[in-house]
Write a new protein. Structure first.
Lengths: 403, 512
């Protein structure tokens, strides 16, 4: 007997690989379209002394590409740039999965950075194997607690997390300013910054020379693989591996655990979740705490792996860009990695593009904005490339106000 | 002389990957007639109508309007050719007024401004002419479903539709609202409009249609004249075999009370008293049916029993335990199965695959989870088993629930709730809007549960369903139980009076 089909599509079981590939089409086309529009802008703004307009377009994108991926150093720097985007993008994606819009990743990231810097700079005399995880944990905890507050408020009082996370952002910014200029300021430094983190609490680079006092303020600096070859002096640090591990962990949590099943169900249909006996309050708090912990980890990674202290004007913007990353990845944890690397590559490559063609680096912000616009308004991309929307293809981001 | 059909469809074929949705379908629609299309969900009715409305392009075949071959590329084409469609799910903007919704996209303008006065005049004239009363200034979100549907019909008439396609129009209506709709349909055809009426409710089709075409598995399997047909003949034609319309069951063997409700008071979403001092018992091995017009507190009663709505006063006891303040999961774990009335909004996560929906309330415990780890293999096994056992028609257990027909969606819920050991079943509108085959199956399943000693509380707005399944019938009116009758004493007339709030003798000091 022939089976009656209600839908022409027969989706396969979700696996690690298909989860990665499914739904990548529209974001990829969105990127392509944004780059094409970017090319048109370059065409019209090309400086007259750099050859024909076409040559400028080609040179600009060539510069962008080489700046991001042209060689060992460039690739390493792109990945360093991508690391906080992976963690913070993951943070926003986890909240989206539960139907929550965490705009507060920036504030959570700040507080995570501050907590990691404080613990990291404490002279505890601990070995790195303990001190480093402790500093990371402090960062994750600070971000997690900061984000759990709006989660609880949303579940219990209905206060919308978009409002509360934005408000908590401002509190976090001012708190950081106060602490960095006051109680947590490095007394031995004239600049407004926290003390350098102890070498035992630093995220080591994968490979490079033994010491680089110029970068670390006189601290000993120990990469995992020591080499004197300047070609191999790469900034890529252990934080990248932690970010990749976090991606796998979140994918596993969301797809293979009861906690993840609950978070996704509450996000997809809170009514059904309640009917099935799940606690909305618990899941809102868990998802937000998890989201904040990841954002806090992103901030910790920057402090312990790159900056080694927190400055008064620690204005990263990672937290806000991470919303774009999560949208581009359609909240899929695995897709966060390429989305973040793409973002990092644009940021890292734009310098060479400007140097070689005189095209302003602001063009890259335009391309980034267009990418997000095309992903968010995917109907435009579907219309341009004549793609039909598959049945059941709905990504839940945030729900409306109230309710 | 042969009259020329308003619409003629010749040999329409539409294929989807792996399925032949429409297989050489031909029919005609005459001016001033109601032509009903009957068929189970998945029979190809919706595909056919979407082709007529320009949403799908047919692979083969042609469409003629007033004898002229036409190509309908999109809905704008369809509207321009006088075809209007009212979908099952309305395309209205909740936060706009009725008048604004009707003129949306085809505003009468004077300069850059919308000429509301002229638009309102036209709406008033149309609603006068066809007996479609709507409050033009009310917001759509404040209107009952039946009135929203009238707005949809007016929208089509406003766009000069000559042919109206009504897709399962009564699925969302109360019996009274359905009566109103039929009256409107009659007045439409009397004034020369033609209607394609899609339904799977045999009674309605027999009552309202001038001609009936039955579809099965993408093919026209027959046409019928309503005056020469019975429900039985139509049902057999539709399903392709003889259908049992009544439910065979033995007398109940009631045991101890499993559900005891005492003086229960529950509020609705607007904080008004919806359940006003209800007391009832449901015993093991019996079906207690609650009859009543929708909106008389049944929903709130059922939600309170299942822990989804706070108990303000009184008590709910399940298997001897006071569950008045228990969480939904605790109640579920006492052995309570619940088929909610809103299967898409509450009972299922439409974006989830069938397999996940089948463990929606059991995912956290053995054998589906070990610690916090979900055991995908046992979930998959369970899904394969239940899909087979409950005849859920789907291409795969990984198909999302939202892609299935209503009947198959309901079977997922039934399969999930019946797949564990239960003592009490609360079934709310278990067969609303689903096809005959699925109704038959679900009714049989409910009676099987009863025969195994499960206590069943059935809430249904379909009096036929309550009568077919119940051993005792309670009538709910304005939050109160007016009477509880043994099945043998519950005639349709007596229940009908009670449902309208008319008791033979005063109850609780209320006037009769």
């Amino acid at each position: 007997m022939a089976v009656q089909l209600d839908a022409p599509l027969a989706p396969q079981r979700r696996s690690f690989a298909t989860a990665f590939l499914r739904g990548a089409l529209v974001p990829l086309l969105a990127i392509l379209t944004a780059l094409l529009v970017g090319a048109i802008i370059i065409w019209f703004s090309a400086p007259a002394d750099r050859g024909t307009r076409f040559e400028v377009v080609v040179a600009a994108y060539r510069g962008l590409f080489l700046g991001a991926f042209g060689g060992r150093q460039a690739i390493a720097n792109t990945l360093v740039e991508a690391t906080p985007y992976i963690l913070a993008g993951l943070a926003v994606a986890v909240a989206f999965k539960c139907g929550l819009f965490n705009i507060g990743a920036e504030g959570q990231l700040f507080l995570g950075a501050l907590a990691a810097a404080t613990v990291g700079a404490s002279q505890l005399g601990l070995p790195a194997i303990i001190h480093l995880p402790l500093a990371l944990l402090a960062g994750a905890l600070a971000g997690g607690i900061w984000a759990a507050i709006p989660g609880y408020l949303r579940a219990r009082t209905g206060a919308h997390e978009v409002i509360t996370t934005i408000m908590l952002n401002y509190i976090a910014f001012r708190l950081l300013d106060y602490l960095v200029t006051g109680p947590l300021k490095d007394p031995g430094a004239s600049a407004l910054r926290t003390p350098f983190v102890a070498s035992a609490a630093q995220l080591p680079r994968f490979i490079g020379p033994l010491e680089d006092p110029g970068l670390t303020g006189g601290q000993t600096y120990r990469p995992l693989i020591v080499t004197a070859d300047p070609e191999w002096n790469l900034r890529l640090h252990l934080g990248f591996a932690i970010a990749i591990l976090a991606v796998w962990g979140i994918w596993w949590l969301l797809n293979r655990t009861t906690t993840g099943f609950e978070i996704r169900t509450v996000g997809a249909n809170p009514e059904a979740a309640r009917y099935a006996g799940m606690s909305i309050t618990k899941n809102f708090v868990v998802a937000m705490a998890l989201s904040g912990a990841l954002a806090g980890l992103a901030g910790s990674g920057q402090v312990l792996g790159v900056e080694h202290n927190v400055k008064s004007l620690f204005s990263s913007g990672y937290g806000f860009d991470s919303i774009a990353i999560a949208l581009l990845a359609k909240s899929n944890p695995i897709a966060i990695i390429p989305a973040a690397v793409f973002w990092g590559a644009l940021n890292n490559g734009r310098g060479l593009m400007q140097a070689q063609t005189g095209i302003s680096i602001e063009l890259i912000r335009i391309v980034q904005a267009l990418t997000i616009m095309f992903v968010a308004a995917d109907q435009i991309v579907r219309w341009i490339y004549r793609i039909r929307r598959p049945i059941g293809d709905q990504v839940v981001f945030s729900r409306g106000w109230g309710k | 002389m042969q009259q020329q059909p308003t619409l003629e469809v010749r040999e329409i074929t539409k294929r989807f990957p792996g399925v032949l949705a429409n297989d050489h379908i031909s029919f005609t629609l005459m001016q001033g007639e109601i032509h009903a299309f009957l068929g189970e969900n998945g029979a190809g009715k919706s595909t056919l109508m979407n082709i007529l409305y320009g949403l799908y392009a047919p692979d083969e075949g042609e469409i003629l309007i007033n004898g002229q071959p036409v190509t309908i590329r999109n809905s704008a084409d369809a509207i321009a050719r006088g075809i209007g469609m009212v979908h099952q799910e309305f395309a209205l903007v909740d936060t706009l007024t009725v008048a604004e919704n009707i003129m949306l996209g085809t505003e009468i303008t004077s300069g850059p401004l919308v000429d509301e006065r002229r638009a309102n005049e036209r709406i008033a004239q149309l609603s006068q002419e066809y007996g479609l009363q709507v409050p033009p200034d009310a917001l759509v979100q404040d209107l009952p479903v039946g009135v929203q549907q009238r707005v949809e019909i007016l929208k089509a008439l406003y766009r000069n539709a000559e042919m109206l396609i009504l897709d399962e129009p009564t699925a969302v209506l109360t019996p009274q609202e359905a009566e109103d709709l039929f009256r409107v349909m009659r007045s439409l055809v009397e004034r020369g409009k033609s209607i394609i009426f899609i339904s799977h409710k045999l009674k309605e089709v027999l009552r309202i249609a001038d001609r009936i075409t039955v579809l099965r598995r993408g093919k026209v399997v027959g046409s019928a004249n309503p005056r020469e047909s019975t429900e039985q003949t139509l049902a057999s034609m539709m399903v392709g075999r003889d259908v049992v319309l009544t439910v065979d069951k033995d007398a109940a063997q009631p045991g101890q009370a499993v559900l005891e409700v005492r003086d229960l008071v529950v509020l609705d979403d607007r904080h008004q008293v919806a359940v006003d001092g209800v007391s009832l018992d449901v015993r093991a091995g019996e079906v207690l049916g609650i009859a009543g017009v929708q909106g008389n507190g049944q929903t709130e009663l059922v939600e309170a029993i299942n822990g989804l709505r706070p108990v303000i006063n009184g008590m709910v006891c399940i298997v001897g335990q006071n569950t008045s303040t228990a969480a939904p999961r605790a109640i579920n774990e006492l052995g309570v199965a619940y088929i909610p009335e809103d299967r898409k909004g509450t009972g299922l996560v439409l974006a989830y695959p069938i397999a996940d929906n089948l463990v929606l309330s059991t995912y956290y415990r053995s054998p589906f989870a070990k610690g916090m780890r979900i055991l995908a293999n046992t979930i998959e096994e369970q899904a394969r088993k239940l899909v087979k056992e409950f005849d859920i028609r789907t291409p795969s257990i990984w198909t999302s629930a939202g892609a299935l027909s209503g009947g198959n969606q309901q079977k997922i819920i039934v399969a999930r709730e019946f797949s564990r050991q239960i003592k009490l079943l609360v079934a709310s509108q278990p067969t609303r809007g689903i096809d005959v085959g699925s109704i038959e199956f679900i009714h049989r399943s409910i009676i099987e549960q009863r025969d195994e000693g499960v206590a069943v509380l059935l809430v249904s707005a379909e009096l036929d369903e309550v009568l077919a399944l119940s051993d005792r019938i309670a009538v709910m009116y304005k939050g109160r139980i007016l009477a509880v009758l043994p099945r043998a004493e519950a005639s349709r007339d007596r229940l009908g009076l009670l449902m309208a709030g008319i008791t033979e003798e005063p109850t609780h000091g209320r006037p009769a």
